[in-house]
Each structure stands twice: as C-alpha cells, then as structure tokens.
Design a protein. Structure first.
Length: 124
C-alpha cells in the first residue's frame, strides 16, 4: 500500500504469506504431499501416507479442522498404506484419531504440520 512521505509515495514491503514443507518447497492448494513421521528422530522418515493440500493458514477451507497457526496445513488424505492405519494423528478429531480413520469421507481431511510434509507422490 503506497504511503506518502510528503514528497513521494513509498511502497511498504509485504509479508509473504507462504508455508513450506520439510525441504523448503512452497505448499499451496492442490499440491500433492507425502506425510512425514512426527515420532521419528530422522526428520525425513516418510509415512506411507499421501495427500493433497486443500488449505493453508492464509487460504483455509471451511471443511476439516481449523488451522491455529501458519505452520499448519489442511490435508485431504488420498492414500494410506495398511501398515500405517494404526498410526495416531498429530491433531485427532472426533472423526479421526488414526490414519485408518481417514479412509472415510467424514475423516479424510486432517490438520498436519507443514514441516512434516514433503512435496511429491513417490515414496522412497
């Protein structure tokens, strides 16, 4: 927004409203991600769970859990390997406490930490 200093207009810098994954890649709506384990000392340990970002703190959807701070994202879970079904969610809801619960239409949108996402579709 331009601000007058008496002689000329000065443009104030804006704060970037972005959120990034574990590697610094920008997360945005429709971005495919693999979720990373919050319990692992290895910060890159993947869960065999894929999803799609459907909301960020600045671009939140009115479905699923509400985001409380900029480091959280709303993820629609699209794939859960059977071995991951018993893994608890970071932010359980009344519809979903584990990844197994996200395999229903009521529980497939979860809140997750952006830093525990990795842009991509392929498990390594």
């Amino acid at each position: 927004m331009p601000v007058s200093d008496g002689r000329r207009h000065v443009t104030k810098p804006t704060v970037a409203e972005i959120v990034t994954d574990s590697r610094g890649d920008v997360l945005h709506r429709m971005c495919n991600v693999i979720l990373l384990s919050p319990q692992s000392p290895d910060k890159e340990q993947q869960l065999k769970v894929r999803g799609q970002i459907i909301g960020t703190y600045w671009d939140e959807r009115d479905i699923g859990p509400t985001l409380d701070y900029a480091g959280e994202v709303q993820v629609m879970v699209t794939y859960v390997d059977p071995s991951e079904r018993s893994v608890p969610l970071i932010y359980p809801t009344k519809h979903a406490q584990t990844f197994g619960d996200t395999e229903t239409a009521d529980g497939n949108v979860i809140k997750w930490k952006a830093a525990l996402c990795k842009v991509g579709k392929k498990f390594t």
